[in-house]
Ligand binder design. Sequence first.
Ligand code: ZN
Ligand code: ZN
Length: 143
Amino acid sequence: MSGLRLITEAGNTPMEPCVRCLAGGCPWDHVAGNPMCPDCQEALALGESEPLRQRVESKSCAICQRAGTLPYLTYPLHAAAPVEIDLCGGHFEALLGRRLGRNSFRVLERQLQLLGVNVKQIFLLHEAFYDRQGRSLQPIPQT
Ligand SMILES: [Zn+2]
Ligand SMILES: [Zn+2]
């Protein structure tokens, strides 16, 4: 089973406020099931805020197929439905920190294309952070 899918079923509540700072007004990405604004995602990636305490799911990582994942749900620009990506701990952190390896980026890009989603529509895979070869341009500095 693919670790990457479009979520089309009803019952989505995209306008839920950020679980950490309670900012509202936008459909935030869901980090391990919780809506989280970009500022709080960045703080999390920098290790400046409470780390995630979330039980891993027994699915396979969309990139490396390793079992034990956290879901990352994101609303691509102009897309009707959000995309959910299952990622193992390492790839989850790499995505949040904008430092996916080139091969990992490519694997995600290919799978998104199969769903009809362009990586440019996904905030964390945006071309401001990765060049066309999938090299990370603006990684969040590691502490
Ligand atoms: Zn927030
Ligand atoms: Zn992985």
